[in-house]
Design a binder for this molecule. Structure first.
Ligand code: CAO
Length: 433
């Protein structure tokens, strides 16, 4: 019985182009094996098979335009067992098609940047990850292949149409490394492995899997930690007057259904500092040859959820008042905790604020949210005796720290940035300037 495999729901795209045929008639297919790759103007996607069997016929060719419901292939599921085993390539001998049955292909796998496992290439050839890999023009199946081999796609030269990276390019890259003929332009480093330890030898243990958010965040943090030379500059601001103003607005904020916390003030203050020091509102070009200055002010705020850290973005902070920022921040934090954030809520950040002010602590060293070049960590404001005009007076002191990418920002500039932030936070009238 021949099974019709059709293009499944492809979201907002009406028509996409077939850019790769990943299987040939006669091939033994397992459930979820990729059949073809399609490309929209935004992404490439593999269309996987919803069923196991032997491929009888491909109904599309490279360059065809397809839409939801287009017939892609005919599959003979009668030999599903063979497909499940799939140890050797199938003989190209399709079984006769009987009555045809229609199914939509399984959910498509978009080629969004996926986590990279530790590289597995030989010692000394391992290269550090970079954002170029996420942007590389390659289908999900090629990405998967590269991941399995520990290859960073950003380093592979694509020879396909529009410089698309093909499987053969990845193979050639690996061959080059193994034979010693190709050297990474970005340098590389081999890290000693941590030997596995059986902790149960020392007492009772329990192993719990990390959440997906934690795993993804962990990989991003690790990449940033390893690839970006971080320096952290500490400072503190006299937040007494800002706090008085905040308290004076508390009832009004409550009537508006929001809570005005110091974080909204911080976001506004950051915009003022980013305007004055545009190097902080920038990203390094992927080749490291230029600095891309952003003329907009979208600020990410780290939100703690039961799944781990997420960083939704408050867009156009420069165009919003304190109440609007507080409202948006509250909504984003709720969405984050209810796992309802949309991709647009997480995109476009220029700079990040990570506030632990609601918890405590004196200072910490936040990790830069790459490709941004700096991040502000904020700790809890406390009342402290300060020597002012000849006497000790209680003032509310807000400690903060700025981690920055030393490739982009010099220590002098970072110190000036935090000094300016201190000035603004100590006298919030500066926010209006
Ligand atoms: N100093 C003193 N008090 C502060 C403060 C500061 N710097 N920042 C916040 N507060 C107060 C608030 O005013 C609020 O007080 P009340 O309960 O008396 O009104 C209280 O602390 C709790 O604030 P909050 O944390 O609920 O709200 P927020 O606006 O300060 O923060 C958010 C929102 C989303 C940033 C926060 O909930 C959060 O998730 N923080 C964690 C971020 C994080 O984990 N960062 C670490 C990343 S590095 O690993």
């Amino acid at each position: 019985m021949a099974l019709e495999i059709r293009v499944p729901d492809i979201g907002n795209f009406k028509e996409v182009e077939v850019i790769d045929l990943l299987v040939q008639p006669g091939a033994v297919i397992a459930v979820e094996d990729s059949l073809i790759t399609v490309e929209s103007d935004k992404a490439t996607m593999d269309i996987p098979s919803p069923s196991a069997g032997v491929l009888l016929e491909l109904k599309v060719q490279q360059g065809d335009k397809v839409a939801q419901g287009t017939l892609i292939a005919l599959l003979d599921p009668a030999v599903a067992d063979a497909a499940a085993a799939k140890s050797t390539p199938a003989p190209a001998k399709p079984t006769p098609a009987a009555a045809e049955k229609t199914v939509a292909a399984a959910e498509m796998a978009p080629s969004s940047p996926t986590p990279q496992p530790p590289p597995t290439l030989p010692r000394g050839s391992v290269v550090a990850g970079d954002s170029a890999s996420a942007k590389a023009h390659a289908s999900p199946s090629v990405r998967k292949f590269a991941r399995e081999l520990g290859v960073q796609l950003g380093l592979v030269k694509g020879t396909g149409p529009k410089n698309r990276i093909q499987k053969s390019d990845v193979t050639a890259f690996v061959k080059g490394i193994v034979s010693g003929t190709s050297v990474s332009a970005r340098g590389g480093f081999a890290l000693p492995e941590i030997p596995p330890i059986d902790f149960s030898r020392f007492g009772t243990i329990e192993s719990k899997p990390l959440s997906k958010v934690k795993r993804l965040t962990g990989q991003n943090l690790h990449r940033s930690w390893i690839t970006v030379p971080h320096v952290t500059q500490f400072n503190e601001a006299d937040f007494t007057e800002a706090e008085e103003f905040r308290k004076s607005k508390a009832a009004e904020a409550e009537r508006a259904g929001i809570k005005l916390t110091p974080v909204s003030f911080l976001l506004k203050a950051c915009v003022a500092a980013l305007r004055r020091y545009p190097e902080f509102n920038a990203s390094l070009a992927p080749d490291g040859e230029a600095l891309i200055y952003k003329k907009y002010f979208h600020i990410g705020v780290a939100v703690d959820t039961d799944q781990g850290l997420v960083v939704p973005v408050v867009h156009d902070v420069d165009q919003k008042g304190l109440f609007d920022i507080a409202r948006e921040l509250r909504d984003l934090a709720v969405k984050a905790r209810e796992r309802k954030l949309r991709p647009a809520d997480l995109e476009g950040g220029c700079f990040t604020v990570s506030s632990l002010g609601g918890v405590g602590g004196t200072q910490f060293t936040p990790i830069i949210n790459v490709p941004e070049v700096a991040i502000l960590g904020v700790s809890r404001a406390t009342l402290r005796p300060v020597y002012l005009e000849g006497e000790l007076v209680p003032r509310l002191i807000l400690p903060f720290s700025l981690s920055y990418d030393h490739r982009v920002i010099d220590g002098m500039l970072a110190a000036e940035f935090t000094e300016y932030l201190r000035t603004i936070l100590s006298d919030i009238r500066h926010i209006l300037l």
